[in-house]
Every structure is written in structure tokens, then in C-alpha cells.
Ligand binder design. Structure first.
Ligand SMILES: C[S@@+](CC[C@H](N)C(=O)[O-])C[C@H]1O[C@@H](n2cnc3c(N)ncnc32)[C@H](O)[C@@H]1O
Length: 521
């Protein structure tokens, strides 16, 4: 595996973080006393201003704070929106830490009478299987806090959309050891630690690891071991029950003048970083251990992105069960636009045109016609792999931030049905899941439906077309009769051959069990 080296950008440009444990505990106590929490802050500036924050607009929320000088408002301006505040106000808002403490931690500088933030600290609320929670997450000043402009190459990302997606995908089941590869500000590590005895968090950025240590201390969470290094280098020879990663997968042209942001770009060509994660992950999982990560994959020289991912999985030296979900596919122009904008370069500027040309030249030269984005779940198989699912799921997901428990249930259901012969499956009693509804579509005037759809309210929000026999089986699965009894009754009712019906229904029943439409009673 190619060594990508590590980067110590924090020292090079003088933005040194100092996660001093006592000072951070003092800061956490001050933030708690100021009620520096999402809900009261949102209530203060209102729902519309809160929505605008999601569109990188801070002015409405700052207007909502008005001329308030209470600790909550002062800290919001300083630590959420990156606006300098008078030293006396900050000292009042943080009685234990003071503006001097923020400077020592590397979160601010003091010039004359003003405290200017050099990082942000934002409250993040979440909800997982253990219930609601909230933590403060420190990271580098982002576009909301700087008001725009391009980001430094060693920028450490805060909690963004992709972070929340992966956090929600994490399996909410107990684990002994979890690896968070490319931890950034450490949000996946924090989330993983809620279910794991210990977490190893790695990154090529020393500054990212300092933020991770700071955020663990702010949350009062122990058991997160931070290690510097590229990909699996810091965990050579070690195995984990779970590996999570929101890796730096963004595809970047390797030409002069195109910034290589370490927060999103692993330094390789095309989608090679995701390929390397797939290649290396199996050796670091215990048998039965699960890796979950996000990624991009290119459709290249006529080979579809999902097929290329499949070829990487099949080339793994360790046998892997695989479930890969492509959520969206962009063409090269859309892809380049998205990531040039993400780096802070606005359309209509000469820089934007130059960067767009570089991206399009790179894709054209390498035969790339589309770029897929999605989730990868790989499990170290204990024998022969039984799961090889590569699918497009473009529909809105009812509760994307809480998919983890659905994935855990789906894996358990997959294993349970895979272990049953058809005869054994026929002897089982099933129940339709409570979130399943049925829609029947008739051509006008016809007595019989032309289309029957089974719809799922939770999970991936799937919709499955069913024939009358399958719809009848799901409808009759109420925890009383076995699959075989229901199939027999339906065969009689429809006057069809029972064996033929059984052969047609059982594969569909297996699929509905895995997807959560049916459950074992
Ligand atoms: C997109 S950020 C993800 C941060 C965080 N885990 C999250 O979910 O928000 C990717 C992180 O991977 C790190 N990184 C980049 N290349 C890496 C590599 N070769 N090995 C390990 N980490 C890397 C970056 O420094 C960055 O912190």
C-alpha cells in the first residue's frame, strides 16, 4: 500500500492547538453554565434563521441575537459564527477559562480589546438507539464563520452532512474495539465510543488528532486513542470489531494550482483511496467484524462504478460480505462544481473557470463519465461470503440519520434466512413489519389491480412490486400461520400448482425478510 505520509500543517502556519485537559474541563463547565446548547440557541434566533445557517448564512441568526451580551449570545457569536467579541464580554461569558484560556487552547487570539476566534466550537445534538445526546465539537473556522474565501490546505472539517450520514449508519450494537480511520474532528470516534469499549482514531493530520482529543475531553469521554498515520499504517497487525471511515475520498485533479485539501482529498488519483480502503480493510477486521464507510467511485471506460467496487471487493485477500448502496450519481461537470464550491471558490470567478477546466480535463483524460457516491458495508466472512449486494437507492430515505439499527437488523435477518433451507423457511412463522403498507393500482373500471405495491415507512423507504400471491402472503403473515401453510392456502385460492408457487414465493420472502418488510415471529 502506498504511503501517503503525514502532514503537520498546524505548526507550519502557526495555528497550534493545545488540548490541555484542565483548561478543556473548565471550558466545558463554562459552556454548560451558559446553556450553550442547540435547542436554546435555536429558540433564540428562530427556525428560519436556523434554516439559513444550513445554507451558510449567518446574518439572520446574528440579527436574531441582536445586542444581547449574555454569555450564551457572546459565545454564539464567537464560537459558532466566528465573530470577534470584546475581551471583557468573553471573560464574563467564560469565568473559568477566560479569553486567556481560549488563547492557550489555540481557539482564539486576542488583539487590543477583541477576542478573535481561530476555531469554532459548536453544540451538536443527535439521537441514536441510546436516546438523545449532545456534544460540543471544535474544528477549524468554516465558510459560515469566515463568511467565504478559500480554505487553508490543512483545514480540519467540522460536522457536515457526510459526517452525519456516516454517524447515522454506524451499527448501534456493542463492540469491543472500533477504528475510526480519518477521524478529522473525531465525531465518528465519539459516536462509536457510545457502543464500543475502546476506539482508535487515526488521521494524517496532527491538527485533526488534536481536535479529536479536545472534543473527547470536552465531552468527558475517555477510551479514544489518537494515532498519526496514513490509512492502516497506524494499526498494522491489529484487528477491530468495527471500522468506520468517512475517508478523504474526493477526486481531485493532480495538477499544479489545484488545492489538495487534506480534509477531503487523500492524495491519490481518481477513486484509488476508496479502492485502497476496500483492499486493506479485511485484514483489520476480526471474523464477523464490520466496516462501514462512505465513498466515491468512478464509471470509467464503460465500466459502471458499482461494478468497479464489486471488483475491488472480490480482489480482497480476505473474503468479505458486501452491501454497497449508491445514493447518487453525478456527471463530471456537476461533480467538479460541487467540490470547487466546497473549497470556497464561487462560480463566475476566473479561479472557478480554471479549476473547472482542470477537473474536466482530468476526468476526460482518464475516461471517467460519471461519479457515484454512497455507503459501503463490508463484513469479514467467517466462511464463504453469503452477501453480495450492489444497488442504487436514489429515493429519499425516511430517516437517514438513523439507518444504523435498520442495517443491523438487515444483517441479522440476512444471516438468519441464509441459514435456513427452503423447507426450514416454510416451517417458520412470520409477521409483516408495522411500517409496511400496501397500495393497489387499478386501471379505471378493472376489478383486479394491475399493480400492487408494498411500501416501507422506515429503513430505506423501499417500495416493492408484488403479485397477488406475494401480497396475500405478506397480508396473512400475522404471527399465526407458517409460510408453508399460507403458501398452500394461497395456491388453493388461486388454483395454481403449490410447488411452483412455493418456488416463486420463497426467494421473494427471503428478500422481504432482509429488507425488513417481514420479520420472524
Ligand atoms: C472527510 S474528513 C472526515 C472527518 C470525520 N471523520 C467526519 O466524519 O466528519 C477525512 C479525514 O481523513 C483524513 N485523511 C486524509 N487522507 C488520509 C489518509 N491517507 N489516511 C488517514 N486519514 C486521512 C483527513 O485529514 C480528514 O481529517
Amino acid at each position: 500500500m502506498k504511503s501517503l505520509g503525514t502532514r503537520g500543517g498546524s505548526r507550519e502556519n502557526g495555528r497550534v492547538l493545545n488540548p490541555d485537559a484542565d483548561l478543556i474541563r473548565a471550558l466545558a463547565a463554562d459552556l454548560a453554565d451558559a446553556d450553550f446548547r442547540s435547542a436554546p440557541l435555536r429558540a433564540g434566533w428562530g427556525v428560519e434563521a436556523d434554516d439559513a445557517i444550513g445554507r451558510t448564512l449567518r446574518t439572520p441568526a446574528l440579527r436574531g441575537l441582536g445586542d444581547r451580551t449574555d454569555p450564551q449570545a457572546v459565545l454564539a457569536r464567537l464560537l459558532i459564527f466566528g465573530v470577534a467579541q470584546p475581551v471583557s464580554h468573553v471573560d464574563d461569558a467564560l469565568p473559568r477559562t477566560g479569553s486567556a484560556g481560549l488563547v492557550t487552547l489555540g481557539l482564539a487570539r486576542v488583539d487590543a480589546h477583541a477576542v478573535t476566534p481561530t476555531a469554532i466550537v459548536r453544540p451538536q445534538s443527535f439521537h441514536d438507539d441510546r436516546g438523545p445526546g449532545e456534544w460540543w465539537v471544535a474544528s477549524d473556522l468554516d465558510e459560515l464563520a469566515t463568511g467565504g474565501g478559500s480554505l487553508p490546505d490543512d483545514h480540519v472539517l467540522g460536522v457536515g452532512g457526510a459526517s452525519l450520514t456516516l454517524a447515522g449508519l454506524q451499527l448501534p450494537t456493542p463492540a469491543r474495539r472500533v477504528l475510526d480511520l480519518g477521524t478529522g474532528c473525531g465525531v465518528q470516534a465519539l459516536r462509536a465510543r457510545r457502543y464500543a469499549d475502546e476506539v482508535v482514531a487515526t488521521d494524517i493530520s496532527e491538527r485533526a488528532l488534536a481536535f479529536t482529543r479536545m472534543n473527547a475531553l470536552l465531552d468527558g469521554t475517555s477510551g479514544i486513542d489518537t494515532r498519526l498515520g496514513s490509512l492502516f499504517e497506524p494499526v498494522a497487525g491489529e484487528t477491530f470489531d468495527r471500522i468506520v471511515s468517512n475517508p478523504a475520498f474526493v477526486i481531485t485533479p493532480r495538477v499544479q494550482g489545484v488545492p489538495a485539501y487534506e480534509y477531503r482529498d487523500g492524495g491519490l488519483v481518481g477513486d484509488a483511496l476508496v479502492e485502497q480502503v476496500v483492499a486493506g480493510v479485511g485484514a483489520h477486521l476480526v471474523p464477523g467484524g464490520v466496516a462501514q464507510f462512505l465513498g466515491n467511485w468512478e464509471t470509467k471506460d464503460g465500466s459502471a462504478g458499482l461494478d468497479r467496487v464489486r471488483s475491488w471487493v472480490e480482489a480482497s485477500p480476505v473474503p468479505l460480505d458486501a452491501w454497497v448502496v449508491e445514493r447518487e450519481e453525478l456527471n463530471p461537470i456537476e461533480y467538479a462544481e460541487m467540490w470547487i464550491r466546497d473549497g470556497g471558490t464561487a462560480p463566475g470567478t476566473p479561479d472557478h473557470d480554471r479549476l473547472l477546466t482542470a477537473w474536466l480535463d482530468d476526468f476526460a483524460a482518464r475516461g471517467v463519465t460519471a461519479i457515484g457516491f454512497g455507503y459501503v458495508l463490508l463484513r469479514r466472512a467467517e466462511g464463504e461470503p453469503t452477501l453480495a449486494r450492489y444497488e442504487r437507492v436514489p429515493q429519499p430515505i425516511p430517516s437517514e440519520g438513523a439507518l444504523g439499527s435498520h442495517l443491523a437488523d438487515a444483517l441479522a435477518a440476512h444471516d438468519a434466512q441464509a441459514a435456513l433451507s427452503d423447507d426450514e423457511l416454510e416451517a417458520r412463522v412470520l409477521r409483516a413489519a408495522p411500517d409496511v403498507t400496501e397500495a393497489r393500482h387499478h386501471t379505471p373500471g378493472s376489478e383486479h389491480p394491475t399493480v400492487i405495491e408494498l411500501r416501507q415507512g422506515g429503513g430505506f423507504g423501499r417500495s416493492v412490486q408484488a403479485d397477488p400471491a406475494l401480497a396475500g402472503l405478506v397480508g396473512a403473515s400475522d404471527g399465526e400461520l407458517t409460510v408453508g401453510q399460507i403458501t398452500g392456502a394461497i395456491a388453493q385460492l388461486l388454483e395454481v400448482d403449490e410447488q411452483a408457487l412455493r418456488a416463486a414465493l420463497l426467494p421473494a420472502v427471503r428478500a422481504l425478510l432482509v429488507d425488513g418488510f417481514l420479520r420472524f415471529a
